[in-house]
Design a binder for this molecule. Structure first.
Ligand SMILES: C[S@@+](CC[C@H](N)C(=O)[O-])C[C@H]1O[C@@H](n2cnc3c(N)ncnc32)[C@H](O)[C@@H]1O
Length: 398
């Protein structure tokens, strides 16, 4: 796997998060290179010496009007853009915004590994309030376009008219409809020429504030459900989750983890079935944990019977949680990349934290062969149910 980023005269070592994952995926892509190239080209055009590291800022006659724009970076997978800007100038004022905990941890890991200054970075989630002082925005186009539209409307509420927003993406993801949608939600947009099969869209804010799109709401098996914009299975129950719910294990479970909880539908059902249980909801997506929390309270469940964590799998499970059941409908992609390393990590973490005799209950697409992984980790795996497409598997901590 290539970890050496070399582009626009910037050299970095970049890893995905967690660094030891069993995948061959790279921590950045050509759209990152393209955004940085477009930015550095425009800086050179402005011929602004105080932007470049090592220039004597103190002696600059323009000290009163420093030109480093207060920059908001959104959806920067593992911090490649953030590291590039900090290596151009360690004083570049940055706000790093993400919905994914692994993205935040990855960016912090890469900054540290490249001895880059993290002090002047504000870290925030896409649910935090945006600063009005933002002068430039860089976005990696997210896979989920509902989330993207939410981001644009949110930006429209704070950015001054004329602010530049650069959006990098694979050229094949950029079309007239996308440019039209950016114009509707933020301001006029145009796309660059292609570079390594990517384009950078430049949008210029028109200064009109748009209302945030409402969260999706619906009724599911007697529960009222709300999904914030970046949450899995936006307006209906996932078919894998359906099979899982039809085949919950028998028993008197008291401490249950809903691992990769999304909107929390598995945990809500678990509370109905195992009434004495405490449910611990975990997800990498901040909006997922917020949705699970909303759904718990909106369905009048007792606050003390649940906890919610924005975490990478079970790497930071609180000591007081000793699960006897983990429910898991694992993801098979990370951002744009198809990968089974998160499923591996979810299974291995479950094996570490489960009580002796405790159960990991998993649903998966038949062709993913999760039973091979589970057997390797737990030394046992039973097929509880199956249909043409999905299997429900169960492993017990020995
Ligand atoms: C297939 S969805 C399942 C959602 C929900 N449990 C359901 O059954 O409808 C997988 C979930 O795993 C979450 N996820 C992805 N990577 C994760 C990680 N490293 N740690 C925790 N959760 C993660 C995703 O955000 C997503 O909500």
């Amino acid at each position: 796997m290539n970890t050496q980023f070399a582009s626009s005269d910037i050299n970095l070592t970049l890893q995905r998060y967690p660094a030891k994952q069993q995948s061959n995926l790279q921590a950045w892509d050509a759209a990152d290179e393209h955004i940085v190239k477009q930015l550095t080209d425009s800086l050179e055009l402005e011929n602004s010496p105080e932007l470049i590291e090592g220039t004597e800022l103190k002696n600059s006659p323009e000290l009163d009007t420093p030109k480093l724009p207060n920059t908001l970076i959104i959806n920067d997978s593992f911090g490649a853009l953030t590291c590039c800007l900090k290596s151009i100038n360690p004083n570049w004022p940055l706000v790093f915004e993400t919905d994914a905990k692994t993205s935040l941890l990855g960016a912090q890991q890469n900054l540290a590994n490249n001895q880059l200054n993290i002090d002047s970075i504000d870290w925030q989630t896409s649910e935090d309030e945006l600063k009005q002082s933002i002068e430039l925005v860089l976005i990696k186009l997210p896979k989920n376009l509902n989330y993207f539209n939410y981001l644009l409307c949110r930006l429209s509420q704070v950015l001054k008219p004329g602010t530049q927003v650069l959006i990098g993406a694979k050229a094949k993801s950029i079309n007239k409809a996308l440019l039209g949608s950016i114009a509707t939600h933020l301001g006029e947009a145009s796309a660059s020429l292609t570079y390594k099969k990517t384009r950078v869209i430049t949008a210029i804010t028109d200064g009109k504030a748009r209302a945030l799109p409402p969260a999706a709401t619906w009724q599911q098996d007697g529960f009222s459900m709300t999904n914030l914009s970046n949450v899995f299975s936006a307006t209906k129950l996932d078919i894998g989750a359906r099979i899982m719910l039809d085949n919950l294990p028998d028993g008197e479970f008291e401490s249950i983890v809903d691992l990769g909880c999304g909107n929390g539908i598995l945990g809500l059902h678990a509370k109905k079935r195992y009434s004495k249980a405490h449910i611990h909801f975990v997800d990498d997506s901040h909006m997922a944990t917020s949705s699970a929390k909303l759904n718990w309270t909106n369905n009048q469940l007792d606050e003390g019977d649940a906890s919610f964590a924005w975490e990478d799998c079970l790497s930071n499970l609180p000591d007081n949680i000793k699960p006897d059941l983990v429910l898991c409908n694992p993801p098979f992609h990370q951002g744009e990349a198809i990968t089974d390393h998160i499923a591996w990590q979810m299974f291995s973490d479950s094996a570490k934290v489960l009580q002796k005799g405790g159960i990991l209950h998993v649903v998966g697409n038949r062709h993913l062969n999760y039973h091979v992984k589970l057997k390797r980790i737990f030394k046992n795996c039973e097929t509880v149910a199956s249909n043409g497409k999905f299997v429900i598997l169960q492993s017990r901590k020995l």
